[in-house]
Design a protein around this ligand. Structure first.
Ligand SMILES: Nc1ncnc2c1ncn2[C@@H]1O[C@H](COP(=O)(O)OP(=O)(O)O)[C@@H](O)[C@H]1O
Ligand SMILES: [Mg+2]
Length: 356
Protein backbone atom coordinates (compact mmCIF):
# COMPACT_ATOMS: atom_id res chain seq x y z
CA UNK A 1 0.00 0.00 0.00
CA UNK A 2 1.20 3.43 -0.73
CA UNK A 3 1.11 6.04 1.95
CA UNK A 4 1.34 8.59 -0.80
CA UNK A 5 -2.20 7.79 -1.92
CA UNK A 6 -4.49 9.72 0.38
CA UNK A 7 -7.47 7.63 -0.70
CA UNK A 8 -5.94 4.27 0.23
CA UNK A 9 -8.05 2.21 2.61
CA UNK A 10 -7.25 2.01 6.31
CA UNK A 11 -6.63 -1.62 7.25
CA UNK A 12 -7.47 -3.02 10.67
CA UNK A 13 -6.43 -6.51 11.74
CA UNK A 14 -8.59 -7.92 14.53
CA UNK A 15 -6.19 -10.18 16.34
CA UNK A 16 -5.41 -11.91 19.62
CA UNK A 17 -3.30 -15.01 20.10
CA UNK A 18 -6.20 -16.52 22.00
CA UNK A 19 -9.25 -18.11 20.42
CA UNK A 20 -12.78 -17.50 21.64
CA UNK A 21 -12.16 -13.88 22.65
CA UNK A 22 -14.61 -12.41 20.13
CA UNK A 23 -12.35 -11.76 17.13
CA UNK A 24 -14.86 -12.91 14.54
CA UNK A 25 -17.80 -11.25 16.28
CA UNK A 26 -15.81 -8.02 16.51
CA UNK A 27 -14.61 -8.19 12.89
CA UNK A 28 -18.11 -8.77 11.57
CA UNK A 29 -19.80 -6.12 13.65
CA UNK A 30 -17.07 -3.52 13.23
CA UNK A 31 -17.29 -4.06 9.48
CA UNK A 32 -21.09 -3.80 9.56
CA UNK A 33 -20.98 -0.67 11.74
CA UNK A 34 -18.30 0.99 9.59
CA UNK A 35 -20.52 0.24 6.59
CA UNK A 36 -23.48 1.73 8.45
CA UNK A 37 -21.38 4.80 9.17
CA UNK A 38 -21.12 5.27 5.41
CA UNK A 39 -17.66 3.84 4.79
CA UNK A 40 -17.10 1.34 1.99
CA UNK A 41 -15.75 -1.61 3.86
CA UNK A 42 -14.05 -4.86 2.84
CA UNK A 43 -13.99 -7.76 5.30
CA UNK A 44 -11.19 -10.26 4.67
CA UNK A 45 -11.83 -13.66 6.24
CA UNK A 46 -8.42 -15.10 6.97
CA UNK A 47 -9.63 -17.82 9.29
CA UNK A 48 -9.77 -21.34 7.79
CA UNK A 49 -12.80 -21.91 10.04
CA UNK A 50 -14.61 -19.44 7.73
CA UNK A 51 -16.98 -18.11 10.39
CA UNK A 52 -17.34 -14.66 8.82
CA UNK A 53 -17.72 -16.21 5.39
CA UNK A 54 -20.58 -18.45 6.44
CA UNK A 55 -22.43 -15.40 7.71
CA UNK A 56 -21.88 -13.03 4.81
CA UNK A 57 -21.47 -15.29 1.79
CA UNK A 58 -22.78 -18.60 0.57
CA UNK A 59 -20.56 -21.55 1.11
CA UNK A 60 -18.32 -22.19 -1.85
CA UNK A 61 -18.46 -18.61 -3.08
CA UNK A 62 -15.64 -18.18 -5.50
CA UNK A 63 -13.19 -16.85 -6.29
CA UNK A 64 -11.93 -16.67 -2.74
CA UNK A 65 -8.87 -15.51 -0.85
CA UNK A 66 -6.88 -18.62 -1.71
CA UNK A 67 -7.63 -18.16 -5.42
CA UNK A 68 -6.24 -14.66 -5.23
CA UNK A 69 -3.19 -15.81 -3.37
CA UNK A 70 -2.65 -18.51 -5.96
CA UNK A 71 -3.06 -15.86 -8.64
CA UNK A 72 -5.88 -17.71 -10.33
CA UNK A 73 -8.16 -14.74 -9.63
CA UNK A 74 -7.81 -11.02 -9.17
CA UNK A 75 -8.92 -9.21 -6.06
CA UNK A 76 -11.71 -7.33 -7.82
CA UNK A 77 -13.41 -10.64 -8.57
CA UNK A 78 -12.79 -12.08 -5.10
CA UNK A 79 -14.30 -9.10 -3.25
CA UNK A 80 -17.97 -10.13 -3.24
CA UNK A 81 -20.70 -7.71 -2.42
CA UNK A 82 -22.61 -8.87 0.65
CA UNK A 83 -26.31 -8.33 1.36
CA UNK A 84 -25.18 -5.52 3.67
CA UNK A 85 -24.95 -2.08 2.11
CA UNK A 86 -21.37 -0.82 1.69
CA UNK A 87 -19.90 -4.16 2.71
CA UNK A 88 -17.84 -6.59 0.61
CA UNK A 89 -16.13 -9.79 1.67
CA UNK A 90 -13.20 -11.86 0.46
CA UNK A 91 -14.31 -15.31 1.56
CA UNK A 92 -12.12 -17.90 3.24
CA UNK A 93 -11.90 -21.57 2.40
CA UNK A 94 -10.56 -24.52 4.32
CA UNK A 95 -7.55 -24.67 2.02
CA UNK A 96 -6.23 -21.61 3.84
CA UNK A 97 -4.76 -24.20 6.20
CA UNK A 98 -2.41 -25.21 3.38
CA UNK A 99 -1.18 -21.65 3.25
CA UNK A 100 -0.84 -21.60 6.99
CA UNK A 101 1.42 -24.63 6.90
CA UNK A 102 3.37 -23.40 3.89
CA UNK A 103 2.46 -26.58 2.01
CA UNK A 104 0.82 -24.98 -1.00
CA UNK A 105 3.54 -24.73 -3.59
CA UNK A 106 1.31 -22.80 -5.95
CA UNK A 107 1.60 -19.75 -3.77
CA UNK A 108 4.38 -17.70 -5.18
CA UNK A 109 6.62 -15.96 -2.72
CA UNK A 110 5.45 -12.46 -3.56
CA UNK A 111 1.81 -13.23 -2.82
CA UNK A 112 1.67 -11.72 0.62
CA UNK A 113 -1.70 -10.39 1.72
CA UNK A 114 -0.38 -6.86 1.83
CA UNK A 115 0.59 -7.01 -1.82
CA UNK A 116 -2.79 -8.44 -2.73
CA UNK A 117 -4.77 -5.85 -0.82
CA UNK A 118 -2.76 -3.07 -2.38
CA UNK A 119 -4.56 -3.84 -5.64
CA UNK A 120 -7.83 -2.79 -4.00
CA UNK A 121 -6.50 0.65 -3.21
CA UNK A 122 -9.03 3.46 -3.43
CA UNK A 123 -11.98 1.11 -3.77
CA UNK A 124 -12.56 0.85 -0.05
CA UNK A 125 -12.32 3.18 2.91
CA UNK A 126 -11.67 0.39 5.40
CA UNK A 127 -10.39 -3.17 5.25
CA UNK A 128 -11.08 -5.34 8.31
CA UNK A 129 -9.20 -8.63 8.63
CA UNK A 130 -10.68 -11.42 10.75
CA UNK A 131 -7.58 -13.32 11.90
CA UNK A 132 -7.20 -16.91 12.94
CA UNK A 133 -5.99 -17.53 16.49
CA UNK A 134 -2.36 -18.46 17.06
CA UNK A 135 0.66 -17.01 15.41
CA UNK A 136 1.32 -18.55 12.04
CA UNK A 137 1.93 -17.44 8.49
CA UNK A 138 -1.67 -16.31 8.07
CA UNK A 139 -1.66 -14.10 11.13
CA UNK A 140 1.72 -12.63 10.23
CA UNK A 141 0.33 -11.89 6.77
CA UNK A 142 -2.66 -10.15 8.34
CA UNK A 143 -0.56 -8.08 10.71
CA UNK A 144 1.87 -7.02 7.99
CA UNK A 145 -1.06 -6.09 5.75
CA UNK A 146 -2.60 -3.96 8.48
CA UNK A 147 -2.11 -0.35 9.40
CA UNK A 148 -3.02 -1.15 12.96
CA UNK A 149 -4.36 -3.89 15.18
CA UNK A 150 -7.51 -4.05 17.28
CA UNK A 151 -7.08 -6.58 20.08
CA UNK A 152 -10.31 -8.05 21.43
CA UNK A 153 -10.03 -9.67 24.83
CA UNK A 154 -12.37 -11.09 27.39
CA UNK A 155 -11.94 -10.12 31.00
CA UNK A 156 -11.41 -13.75 31.95
CA UNK A 157 -8.37 -15.50 33.35
CA UNK A 158 -5.30 -15.37 31.08
CA UNK A 159 -6.65 -12.38 29.19
CA UNK A 160 -3.74 -10.20 30.31
CA UNK A 161 -1.34 -12.84 29.08
CA UNK A 162 -3.04 -12.99 25.67
CA UNK A 163 -2.94 -9.21 25.25
CA UNK A 164 0.70 -9.07 26.36
CA UNK A 165 1.74 -11.69 23.86
CA UNK A 166 -0.23 -10.10 21.07
CA UNK A 167 1.27 -6.71 21.90
CA UNK A 168 4.77 -8.21 21.91
CA UNK A 169 4.16 -9.74 18.49
CA UNK A 170 3.11 -6.35 17.13
CA UNK A 171 6.20 -4.77 18.67
CA UNK A 172 8.41 -7.46 17.14
CA UNK A 173 6.93 -6.95 13.68
CA UNK A 174 7.22 -3.19 14.04
CA UNK A 175 10.92 -3.68 14.81
CA UNK A 176 11.28 -5.77 11.66
CA UNK A 177 9.15 -6.10 8.59
CA UNK A 178 6.21 -3.85 9.54
CA UNK A 179 7.63 -0.61 10.95
CA UNK A 180 4.30 1.17 10.42
CA UNK A 181 2.33 -1.27 12.59
CA UNK A 182 0.79 -0.34 15.92
CA UNK A 183 -1.99 -1.33 18.27
CA UNK A 184 -4.99 0.92 17.71
CA UNK A 185 -6.65 -0.29 20.86
CA UNK A 186 -7.83 -3.11 23.09
CA UNK A 187 -11.52 -3.91 23.21
CA UNK A 188 -13.03 -5.76 26.15
CA UNK A 189 -15.60 -8.27 24.94
CA UNK A 190 -18.08 -10.53 26.74
CA UNK A 191 -18.09 -8.06 29.63
CA UNK A 192 -20.42 -9.07 32.44
CA UNK A 193 -19.53 -6.46 35.01
CA UNK A 194 -18.55 -8.86 37.78
CA UNK A 195 -15.99 -7.80 40.33
CA UNK A 196 -13.45 -10.06 38.64
CA UNK A 197 -14.27 -8.49 35.24
CA UNK A 198 -13.75 -5.01 36.66
CA UNK A 199 -10.47 -6.03 38.26
CA UNK A 200 -9.11 -7.37 34.95
CA UNK A 201 -10.27 -4.24 33.13
CA UNK A 202 -8.40 -2.19 35.76
CA UNK A 203 -5.26 -4.27 35.22
CA UNK A 204 -5.52 -3.94 31.45
CA UNK A 205 -6.07 -0.20 31.71
CA UNK A 206 -3.02 0.30 33.91
CA UNK A 207 -0.92 -2.21 31.97
CA UNK A 208 -1.75 -0.63 28.61
CA UNK A 209 -2.33 3.05 29.33
CA UNK A 210 -4.44 4.88 26.77
CA UNK A 211 -5.03 1.72 24.75
CA UNK A 212 -8.19 0.19 26.22
CA UNK A 213 -11.27 1.45 24.39
CA UNK A 214 -13.76 3.20 26.64
CA UNK A 215 -16.64 1.33 24.99
CA UNK A 216 -16.74 -2.32 26.02
CA UNK A 217 -18.86 -5.05 24.49
CA UNK A 218 -21.26 -6.52 27.00
CA UNK A 219 -22.03 -10.20 27.17
CA UNK A 220 -25.29 -10.40 25.25
CA UNK A 221 -27.24 -13.59 24.46
CA UNK A 222 -28.47 -11.83 21.30
CA UNK A 223 -24.97 -12.34 19.85
CA UNK A 224 -25.37 -16.07 20.17
CA UNK A 225 -28.92 -16.03 18.81
CA UNK A 226 -27.61 -14.03 15.86
CA UNK A 227 -24.86 -16.57 15.31
CA UNK A 228 -27.42 -19.38 15.13
CA UNK A 229 -29.29 -17.36 12.50
CA UNK A 230 -26.00 -16.68 10.72
CA UNK A 231 -26.24 -12.96 11.06
CA UNK A 232 -24.05 -10.29 12.63
CA UNK A 233 -25.85 -9.11 15.76
CA UNK A 234 -25.92 -5.57 14.36
CA UNK A 235 -28.17 -6.84 11.58
CA UNK A 236 -30.05 -9.50 13.55
CA UNK A 237 -31.10 -7.11 16.30
CA UNK A 238 -30.23 -3.43 15.81
CA UNK A 239 -31.60 -2.71 19.28
CA UNK A 240 -29.52 -5.34 21.13
CA UNK A 241 -27.14 -4.15 23.85
CA UNK A 242 -24.15 -5.60 21.96
CA UNK A 243 -25.22 -3.78 18.79
CA UNK A 244 -25.27 -0.52 20.68
CA UNK A 245 -21.84 -1.32 22.11
CA UNK A 246 -20.42 -2.07 18.67
CA UNK A 247 -21.92 1.12 17.22
CA UNK A 248 -20.28 3.14 20.00
CA UNK A 249 -16.99 1.28 19.73
CA UNK A 250 -16.97 1.98 16.00
CA UNK A 251 -17.57 5.68 16.63
CA UNK A 252 -14.73 5.62 19.17
CA UNK A 253 -12.42 3.94 16.63
CA UNK A 254 -13.31 6.48 13.96
CA UNK A 255 -12.65 9.23 16.52
CA UNK A 256 -9.30 7.71 17.45
CA UNK A 257 -8.32 7.58 13.77
CA UNK A 258 -9.37 11.20 13.36
CA UNK A 259 -7.20 12.17 16.30
CA UNK A 260 -4.28 10.23 14.82
CA UNK A 261 -5.00 12.03 11.55
CA UNK A 262 -5.49 8.74 9.72
CA UNK A 263 -8.84 9.91 8.44
CA UNK A 264 -9.46 13.14 6.60
CA UNK A 265 -9.64 16.46 8.28
CA UNK A 266 -13.45 16.55 8.31
CA UNK A 267 -15.31 17.35 11.50
CA UNK A 268 -15.75 14.45 13.89
CA UNK A 269 -18.55 14.08 16.38
CA UNK A 270 -18.83 10.85 18.36
CA UNK A 271 -22.59 11.34 18.84
CA UNK A 272 -23.17 11.98 15.15
CA UNK A 273 -21.24 8.91 13.98
CA UNK A 274 -22.89 6.63 16.56
CA UNK A 275 -26.33 8.01 15.68
CA UNK A 276 -25.71 7.57 11.96
CA UNK A 277 -24.70 3.94 12.50
CA UNK A 278 -27.77 3.22 14.61
CA UNK A 279 -30.09 4.95 12.13
CA UNK A 280 -28.73 2.93 9.21
CA UNK A 281 -28.83 -0.38 11.07
CA UNK A 282 -32.59 -0.06 11.58
CA UNK A 283 -33.23 0.79 7.92
CA UNK A 284 -35.02 -2.25 6.46
CA UNK A 285 -33.04 -2.03 3.23
CA UNK A 286 -29.64 -1.70 4.92
CA UNK A 287 -29.11 -5.48 5.04
CA UNK A 288 -31.02 -8.25 3.31
CA UNK A 289 -29.62 -11.28 5.05
CA UNK A 290 -33.05 -12.88 5.29
CA UNK A 291 -33.24 -13.25 1.55
CA UNK A 292 -33.09 -16.85 0.47
CA UNK A 293 -30.89 -16.29 -2.53
CA UNK A 294 -27.15 -15.92 -2.63
CA UNK A 295 -25.64 -12.59 -1.86
CA UNK A 296 -25.55 -10.33 -4.87
CA UNK A 297 -22.20 -10.76 -6.42
CA UNK A 298 -20.68 -7.82 -8.09
CA UNK A 299 -17.25 -6.46 -8.68
CA UNK A 300 -15.72 -4.19 -6.11
CA UNK A 301 -16.78 -0.57 -6.41
CA UNK A 302 -15.05 1.62 -8.90
CA UNK A 303 -12.05 3.56 -7.72
CA UNK A 304 -13.24 6.68 -5.97
CA UNK A 305 -12.48 10.11 -7.24
CA UNK A 306 -9.57 11.34 -5.20
CA UNK A 307 -11.48 14.34 -3.98
CA UNK A 308 -14.58 12.39 -3.05
CA UNK A 309 -15.79 12.95 0.51
CA UNK A 310 -18.39 11.05 2.49
CA UNK A 311 -20.54 12.42 5.25
CA UNK A 312 -17.97 14.72 6.70
CA UNK A 313 -15.70 11.77 7.37
CA UNK A 314 -13.47 12.19 4.41
CA UNK A 315 -12.00 9.15 2.79
CA UNK A 316 -8.76 11.00 2.38
CA UNK A 317 -6.24 9.45 4.67
CA UNK A 318 -3.07 11.26 5.58
CA UNK A 319 -0.97 8.34 6.50
CA UNK A 320 2.64 8.40 7.37
CA UNK A 321 5.28 5.82 7.93
CA UNK A 322 4.30 3.18 5.41
CA UNK A 323 7.32 2.72 3.23
CA UNK A 324 7.58 1.01 -0.09
CA UNK A 325 9.84 -1.43 1.69
CA UNK A 326 6.89 -3.67 2.39
CA UNK A 327 6.85 -5.26 -1.01
CA UNK A 328 10.54 -6.01 -0.87
CA UNK A 329 10.31 -7.46 2.58
CA UNK A 330 7.37 -9.54 1.55
CA UNK A 331 9.13 -11.25 -1.33
CA UNK A 332 9.32 -14.83 -0.29
CA UNK A 333 7.18 -14.00 2.71
CA UNK A 334 4.15 -16.16 2.39
CA UNK A 335 5.41 -19.56 1.47
CA UNK A 336 9.09 -19.38 1.79
CA UNK A 337 8.64 -21.66 4.73
CA UNK A 338 11.47 -20.22 6.76
CA UNK A 339 10.08 -17.49 8.95
CA UNK A 340 13.62 -16.53 9.91
CA UNK A 341 14.37 -15.54 6.35
CA UNK A 342 11.15 -13.62 6.21
CA UNK A 343 11.36 -11.45 9.25
CA UNK A 344 15.08 -11.07 9.54
CA UNK A 345 17.27 -12.31 12.34
CA UNK A 346 16.70 -9.43 14.75
CA UNK A 347 12.96 -9.38 14.44
CA UNK A 348 12.91 -13.16 14.58
CA UNK A 349 14.76 -13.13 17.86
CA UNK A 350 12.24 -10.72 19.34
CA UNK A 351 9.37 -12.62 17.81
CA UNK A 352 10.62 -15.92 19.15
CA UNK A 353 10.96 -14.37 22.57
CA UNK A 354 7.46 -12.94 22.29
CA UNK A 355 6.03 -16.27 21.31
CA UNK A 356 7.82 -17.80 24.25
N1 LIG B 1 -20.77 -9.96 23.30
C1 LIG B 1 -20.99 -11.27 23.29
N2 LIG B 1 -21.98 -11.79 24.05
C2 LIG B 1 -22.21 -13.13 24.07
N3 LIG B 1 -21.51 -14.01 23.33
C3 LIG B 1 -20.52 -13.55 22.55
C4 LIG B 1 -20.20 -12.17 22.48
N4 LIG B 1 -19.16 -12.01 21.63
C5 LIG B 1 -18.84 -13.24 21.18
N5 LIG B 1 -19.66 -14.17 21.72
C6 LIG B 1 -19.62 -15.63 21.50
O1 LIG B 1 -18.36 -16.11 21.92
C7 LIG B 1 -17.92 -17.14 21.06
C8 LIG B 1 -16.52 -16.81 20.54
O2 LIG B 1 -16.61 -15.63 19.75
P1 LIG B 1 -15.83 -15.49 18.38
O3 LIG B 1 -16.13 -14.14 17.85
O4 LIG B 1 -16.09 -16.65 17.48
O5 LIG B 1 -14.33 -15.56 18.91
P2 LIG B 1 -12.96 -15.84 18.10
O6 LIG B 1 -13.15 -15.42 16.71
O7 LIG B 1 -11.94 -15.02 18.85
O8 LIG B 1 -12.69 -17.31 18.25
C9 LIG B 1 -18.96 -17.25 19.96
O9 LIG B 1 -19.80 -18.34 20.22
C10 LIG B 1 -19.73 -15.95 20.03
O10 LIG B 1 -21.07 -16.11 19.66
MG1 LIG C 1 -12.84 -16.42 14.86
Amino acid sequence: MSETDPAAPYTLAVYNHKGGVGKTTASLNLAVCLAAAGFRCLLVDLDPQQSSTTILARSGTSPNLVDVMRRTAVIDDAAHQTPVENLWIIPATRSLTLLESGLDERIRPNQGLRTILSFSQRRFDFIVIDCPPAMGLLSINALVAADSVVIPTTSGAFSLQGVHRTNETVTALRGGIAPWLGVLGIVITLFEGSQRDRQVVGELTSGFPGQVFRNRIRFDPEVQKAEVKRQPVGVFNPMAPATRDYAQLTAEIVGRLHRLRKLGDGEFSFEEVAARIEANLVRPDFARLDDAGPPVESPAPEAAEPERKRDGASAAKARAGIGGIAAGFLAGFLCGGAVGLLVGPRALAVLTAALG
